[in-house]
Design a protein around this ligand. Structure first.
Ligand code: PNW
Length: 467
């Protein structure tokens, strides 16, 4: 059966600055924590960096033409903080802002709605040197930066996202250390999470002050779908603890203005939370115009003592350090079923569950799927075409799950495929391909895969055909 999506539904794709732009040393851009991390031996597979990436900085006009040819009506990209404000402080660099204005103009000229993410993990290195996200000042600097970008793009962008996946910034960046800046610790990720919540609040205030009333401000979370291996009280408690550290550590402050009591109890041996100052939680809880949900795969946990190590939060190797402060004893298990090239199980029901959960927890707040997609081992055939039926099946099943959530009352407004092009996949470098468009990194040639053509048809018609 063909499934119809509502008129006005956004059909987009998502990307982030460091993963696609390249031009790392051009026009006044300075290093971010990812430039530094990539130069630290052993952190990124094969020593890959985003120095050139897919050279989108120079090829954006062609890239947008291709996007328009695929019939997309929205595009989510991120602004590189060190391109706009190289030291993380002080005035903006005009050439940096000019790039994003030109990009936005090109999108609008092709009828594509821009959705801007302010922070997709590329903190200016100078701010990390001053302490990074575990320090309060970083949240204040973020609000200032948000105001600069809003001043430059506010007349033509009406969809804004403050932070992308603050869980990854806090817990992979300062807990397990598999993401930049590669620090490990137990209290540091919780301090970072708090300052990210504060940054969202202060940043939203700065955006509201600078943007016209029609602007819509959101945050993009990667909520974990946490399943317990058995129904035993111990396994259910493991699920509760991971849910607190993965999800409610953000949605508590953002939606309710408080950290959950069970989280405070679970982490009492790690921190006294004295870095939370009066008023911070009220600041974090700003009215949200939308909530972005990034979803790839669920997690399966048990209270058992770590026989079967996590496949999921490991960077490209085995994480030596747990990203779960106070819950290090909890075991993560491989979920049953078919897997993508990341080793992530294909489980569209997880997406349905998230959409229904956040419909309940954030009543009245429109939802967007701001990332969803899969990596597969794509290879061009002899005639140069790239055939990726697994990706089509992945997208189809997840769009069907999204449709089911719509039918069941979720206020879902759009879907952004991760990602339009193959790109720099963080600690995996260029070894994992998430694109609907194949990129030959030697020539920078772009070749739409069969999934791009399939998705284009869905986007153009608003109809999901039966398999
Ligand atoms: C997200 N984890 O990253 C990001 O927003 C994208 O930039 C990225 O390319 C995409 O998903 C695919 O990985 C994640 O270990 C990276 O839980 C790691 C995790 C989650 C999300």
């Amino acid at each position: 059966m063909t499934l119809s999506f509502p008129p006005g539904f956004l059909w987009g794709a998502a990307s982030s600055a460091y993963q696609i732009e390249g031009a790392a040393q051009e026009d006044g851009r300075t290093p971010s924590i990812w430039d530094t991390f990539c130069r630290t031996p052993g952190k990124v597979l094969a020593g890959d960096t985003g120095d050139t990436a897919i050279d989108h900085y120079h090829r954006f006009r062609d890239d947008i033409r291709l996007m328009a040819g695929l019939g997309l009506n929205a595009y989510r990209f991120s602004v590189s903080w060190p391109r706009v404000q190289p030291t993380g402080r002080g005035p903006a660099v005009q050439r940096g802002l000019d790039f994003y204005r030109a990009l936005v103009d090109e999108l609008l000229a092709h009828g594509i709605r821009p959705a801007v993410t302010l922070y997709h993990w590329d903190l200016p290195q100078e701010l990390e040197d001053a302490g990074g996200w575990p320090q309060r000042e970083t949240a204040e600097r973020f609000a200032e930066y948000a105001g600069l970008v809003a001043g430059a793009l506010g007349d033509r962008v009406d969809l804004w996202c403050t932070l992308n996946e603050p869980w990854c910034s806090a817990f992979l960046g300062y807990g397990s250390g598999v993401h930049a800046p590669g620090r490990t610790g137990r209290e540091a990720p919780l301090r970072a999470a708090h300052h990210l919540n504060l940054a969202h609040g202060l940043g939203t205030q700065a955006l509201r002050a600078a943007l016209p009333a029609r602007a819509r401000i959101a945050i993009c979370l990667n909520p974990a779908v946490v399943r317990a291996r058995t129904g035993s009280p111990a396994d259910l408690d493991a699920r509760r603890r991971i849910d607190a550290l993965a999800n409610r550590v953000f949605t508590g402050p953002l939606l309710r203005g408080a950290y959950p009591d069970d989280l405070l109890r679970d982490t009492a041996a790690v921190t006294d939370w004295s870095f939370v100052r009066d008023g911070d939680l009220a600041t974090a809880r700003q009215p949200l115009d939308a909530l972005g949900i990034n979803y790839y795969t669920p997690s399966l946990v048990s209270a058992a003592d770590g026989e079967d190590r996590p496949a999921r939060h490991d960077g490209h190797g085995a994480a030596e350090h747990s990203p779960w402060p106070g819950a290090e004893h909890i075991a993560f298990h491989r979920t049953p079923g078919e897997r993508t090239e990341m080793g992530w199980t294909v489980d569209p029901t997880g997406l349905y569950e998230l959409l229904m959960r956040y419909s309940r927890e954030a009543p009245g707040v429109p939802l967007y799927i701001t990332e969803n997609g899969a990596a597969y081992e794509d290879k061009p055939a002899a005639d140069g075409t790239v055939h990726d039926p697994e990706r089509i099946a992945y997208l189809r099943s997840h769009l069907a799950a999204a449709h089911r959530a719509l039918t069941d009352g979720a206020d879902l407004r759009g879907y952004f495929l991760w990602s339009l092009w193959d790109n720099f996949e963080w600690s995996y470098g260029y070894s994992k391909r998430f694109g609907a468009v194949y990129v030959d990194y030697a020539t920078q040639a772009r070749t739409p895969k069969s999934s791009a053509r399939w998705y284009a048809r869905v986007a153009r018609t608003g109809q999901l055909p039966a398999a």
